[in-house]
Design a protein around this ligand. Structure first.
Ligand code: KE4
Length: 428
């Protein structure tokens, strides 16, 4: 496979962009390769600057559930551009996207648009603190909620559950109000509530974790989170940046029938353009400026081009509910292929799948939290990843990310991927 141009561009970009990328995972560090520089994408395919074509299962990390350059989405973007690209003023399009989200997700009565998932999470946490007057926030190990300082925290040592910085540049003070608990651990959650319930402003959770690889909530885990937060007046924030409009049109909360107090969205609601959003009950959202004392703002929030892309994407999903069943069926085929190859070649592998979202973990142990996820054989993953890329399958370059199936993946793509999986495993 010719990768000459990508190597050249990577060489140049690393001199002026940190790591040559605008988001770390794109640098292919964990697989020790030069990342393909992408020239274009169409449907299920992505094409790099050397002309190599791949079947794409990254889908821009989730947004491209309808595949790349969907003709109806592109035409809405083009049409919106002709009316100007940004006004910094209210528009009907923001209202339209807000209405679609509110109609789809019953727990959301009011919603504010921002420009990224990180911004949406940061704002939702500030609102929860402003609404409750409390300071502490509980998150779970292995869940990622964007890079706002207070959430770049990992569990402290031993019994100390208050967070310690998980990144340089984050002062210890900024995470002293962040409690970090193991995902799916009901006993530990009960203990934390015994100790911190009255100080907790919010619990934030990925209702299906996607950032340690895909990890589903254990039976009863989300229900317990909901029960404890309700009992103690703690705001429950579902981070549905990945799962929103992915797991179902009502998100993971609709699938599990558990209503959070606030929800954070991103990715799919922008249809590939920069959009994040946070929403919840009116009484909570009414603390936000200009109607309330919690300040939050953004120059490009509700950008009309981004709104146009998001509106069309959600309209297509809303008006074609069969899409969810069909992308899940394709994901089931991939899950089977992974498990069949694992058995055939005697390579320990576990697959976690939620709808069209899945991860293959190179381990013989069920993956239910960060601890078990970290037991994976990342060397096996690295070889598997390289073999798949060589076969023209473009996946997340990390064991701790997800495979995203789109409505653009056709029968041929799935068949080609299945044979690539077999080949990749045969070479491990
Ligand atoms: P952004 O700020 O990247 O739009 O969203 C942050 C975020 C918040 N919540 C969840 C559950 C997320 O998964 C994310 C971002 N996801 C990563 C992929 N795991 C984005 C890819 C990247 O960081 O380049």
């Amino acid at each position: 496979m010719n990768t000459e141009k990508s190597q050249l561009l990577f060489e140049k970009s690393r001199n002026i962009i940190p790591g040559g990328v605008n988001s770390p995972v794109r640098a292919y560090k964990s697989v020790g390769m030069t990342p393909p520089f992408i020239k274009s994408a169409q449907g299920s395919k992505i094409i790099d600057v050397d002309g190599n074509e791949y079947i794409d299962y990254v889908g821009s990390w989730g947004p491209m559930i309808l595949g790349h350059a969907h003709p109806e989405v592109v035409s809405e973007i083009k049409r919106a551009c002709e009316d100007g690209t940004s006004y910094g003023a209210p528009t009907e399009k923001e209202l339209m996207l807000a209405e679609i989200i509110i109609d789809a997700v019953p727990s959301v009565e009011m919603v504010r648009m921002v420009s990224s998932g990180t911004e949406a999470v940061m704002s939702a946490v500030r609102v929860a603190r402003g609404f409750t007057g409390r300071d502490k926030v509980l998150k779970f190990e292995g869940c990622y909620h964007g890079h706002s300082d207070g959430l770049l925290a990992k569990a402290g040592s031993g019994l100390l559950t208050t967070g310690v910085p998980d990144s340089a540049g984050v002062p210890a003070d900024y995470v002293k109000n962040t409690i970090v608990a193991p995902y799916n651990d009901c006993d530990e959650l009960e203990n934390i509530f015994k100790r911190y319930a009255n100080d907790l402003a919010a619990v934030i959770v990925e209702p299906v974790a996607g950032n340690m690889g895909v990890v589903q909530p254990k039976e009863g885990f989300l229900a317990l989170v909901r029960e404890l937060t309700l009992k103690h007046g703690v705001i429950l924030i579902f981070d549905e940046v990945i799962t929103g409009f992915r797991v179902s049109f009502k998100g993971a909360q609709g699938y599990f029938e558990i209503e959070p107090d606030m929800t954070v969205f991103g990715k799919i609601i922008g249809g590939g353009m920069p959009v994040g959003a946070y929403g919840g009950r009116k009484e909570i959202m009414s603390v936000i400026s200009p109607i309330g004392p919690v300040y939050q703002a953004g120059t490009l929030s509700g950008n009309p081009i981004a709104m146009a892309a998001g509106i069309k994407t959600l309209e297509i999903l809303r008006d074609n509910p069969h899409i969810y069943k069909s992308i899940e069926e394709k994901a089931v085929e991939l899950e089977k292929a992974l498990l069949d190859s694992s058995k055939q070649y005697g390579i320990p592998l576990k697959v976690n799948r939620m709808g069209s979202l899945l991860s293959g973990f190179f381990t013989g142990e069920d993956v239910t939290d960060l601890k078990t996820a970290m037991k994976c054989d990342v060397e096996h993953f690295r070889k598997y990843f390289r073999n798949m890329l060589q076969s023209g399958i473009y996946m997340a370059p990390s064991q701790f990310e997800a495979i995203f199936v789109s409505s653009a993946h056709g029968k041929e793509d799935i068949e080609k991927t299945i044979s690539a999986v077999d080949y990749a495993f045969s070479k491990l």
